[in-house]
Design a protein around this ligand. Structure first.
Ligand SMILES: [Cu+2]
Length: 498
């Protein structure tokens, strides 16, 4: 245990049980307190944070209340601020009837803390608790969320309210901003439909792979020819930022000349989100919490499920604005937040931005300057249309993941650098996540890049994406699409260290 934290906790504990006179005696030195903490008091240590999983009403607009499973009765869950490298104690109580998993997304934690049953993390028992002790890293915007399977139950898993932000403060802050604002994007009241309307044409480069397209389209054609309808998709009725529909939460109040650092998290179970602020640009400084090599200004942000963007907005166009999703329907059902300059009257204005393509490589170093991998692993994503009671089944290298036989598919050795060559034979965009590690973007639909470290990457329809990771955190490691409907129906695989 970190000594500073231990002695502070021990101090609080002892301060409560000894009189002031006793406390002033010389044997109560820092050393004695530390020894006490190490030997006698570990179980009595109070946690840095306590999270309680329980159903609670969430008022997403005045008199408009949804019921959700939450952390500490609120949505989003409380912002947890950690210091990089300083050990923390988090108690997680589960007041529901369902065993839970709390996943520390984007952190390099061991398997028993990570929060994925597939890796072997113990469940937080129904009406029980687990104490988690770990060292937060790396610095930046992370988050925590449930890792339960939902399947066809749209009240379960990440469809409900179990999402909260984590900010791990770096040992040195680069500064350059006046204040921070955290935004969590999340939909409520999901329902199943046949076919969706998700934006598909925003990713750049747009280069599709002919072989992948032929494979995907012919499989789809055969399925439809047999009379199978399209597999289910999920849609939502209400859209929120920080748990409030557009116009019904506190606006972000700003002053002219301020530089506001927005930490934005897509907490959706299934959706890709966009965000624009009319007359302003976002200077993207970090993707998935990790500083980018080339911070540049962009007019629009796109975030796949579970992605995070940290971006500075210089407030230099006074007014009252809607920062919102480009999709009119989603924005008019709540996906936005008002940005209000001091002393500016009037209704919030929305102006549709010019078409803009999202290319991660914009923030990376040009060309392929990354070290060569020790090994390349080929990974093929495939959709079996409506194969599981109307739900699409997803395979990785022809295998749909199942908890009945969760055998690791990929084997790595510690210290080696692996290139994952991901090929997507479906027309969906998949936000692909690797647990307990970060990866470097190497090639995006044919375009080389370097230096961008992420833990989720959107792989476009019929596209190929390459990422590298160093096997430096032994233990079972889950690799999956972060779209709940996809991961729940096969789109997962395990890495093990051999
Ligand atoms: Cu997916």
């Amino acid at each position: 245990m970190n000594n500073a934290v231990a002695s502070r906790r021990a101090f609080l504990k002892l301060a409560a049980t000894v009189t002031a006179a006793e406390f002033l005696q010389p044997e109560f030195t820092a050393g004695a307190l530390r020894a006490n903490a190490a030997n006698a008091l570990p179980e009595a240590t109070s946690p840095d944070y306590t999270l309680r999983i329980a159903a609670a009403p969430i008022e997403i607009a005045p008199n408009h209340i949804v019921s959700a499973i939450t952390y500490n009765g609120q949505f989003p869950g409380p912002l947890l601020r950690f210091k990089e490298g300083r050990q923390v104690v988090v108690d997680v109580h589960n007041d529901t009837d369902t065993p839970e998993q709390l996943h520390w997304h984007g952190q390099f934690v061991p398997v028993d803390v990570d929060g994925a049953a597939e890796e072997g993390t113990p469940f937080i028992p129904a009406h029980g608790m687990r104490r988690l002790v770990f060292t937060p890293r790396p610095a930046g915007l992370r988050f925590y969320h449930t890792h339960n399977r939902a399947g066809a139950d749209l009240h379960a898993g990440q469809y409900s309210g179990q999402v909260g932000p984590v900010y791990i403060e770096p040992t040195r802050d680069s500064g350059g901003y006046d204040r921070e604002v955290f935004l969590v994007l999340k939909e409520f009241e999901p329902s199943l439909s046949r076919g969706g309307d998700m934006a598909m044409d925003f990713l750049a480069p747009a280069t599709e792979d002919k072989t992948l397209k032929e494979a995907g389209e012919s499989a789809m054609k055969e399925s439809l020819a047999r009379g199978t309808p399209h597999g289910y998709e999920v849609g939502y009725r209400y859209f929120t930022i920080n748990g409030r529909m557009l116009g019904h939460g506190e606006p972000v109040r700003v002053k002219t000349g301020e530089r506001v650092l927005f930490h934005i998290l897509n907490g959706s179970a299934t959706e890709i989100r966009s965000l624009a602020l009319p007359s302003h640009t976002f200077k993207v400084i970090a993707l998935d919490g990790n500083p980018v090599p080339v911070p540049v200004n962009v007019p629009v942000l796109w975030l796949g499920t579970a992605e995070r963007i940290s971006a500075i907005v210089e407030m230099k166009h006074p007014g009252v604005w809607v920062m919102g999703d480009l999709a009119d329907d989603d924005r008019s059902h709540g996906m936005g937040i008002v940005i209000e300059y001091a002393g500016q009257p009037g209704k919030p204005q929305w102006i549709k931005p010019k078409p803009f393509h999202w290319n991660y490589a914009r923030f990376g170093k040009t060309g392929n300057t990354s070290p060569a991998p020790d090994e390349t692993i080929d990974i093929l994503f495939f959709k079996r249309n409506a194969a599981l009671e109307g739900f699409n089944e997803w395979t990785i290298n022809d295998v749909a993941f199942s908890m009945e036989k969760p055998a690791p598919m990929f084997h790595v050795r510690q210290g080696r650098r692996y290139r994952l060559r991901m090929r997507n034979a479906s027309d969906d965009i998949h936000p692909i996540h690797l647990h307990r590690h970060s990866f470097e973007l190497i090639k995006l639909a044919g375009q080389a890049t370097a230096g961008i470290m992420k833990d989720v990457v959107m792989v476009g329809g019929y596209q190929e994406v390459e990422v590298d990771f160093v096997a430096d955190n032994p233990g079972l490691t889950l690799f999956h699409c972060h779209q709940q409907l996809h991961m729940d129906y096969g789109f997962m695989a395990l890495f093990d260290y051999v």
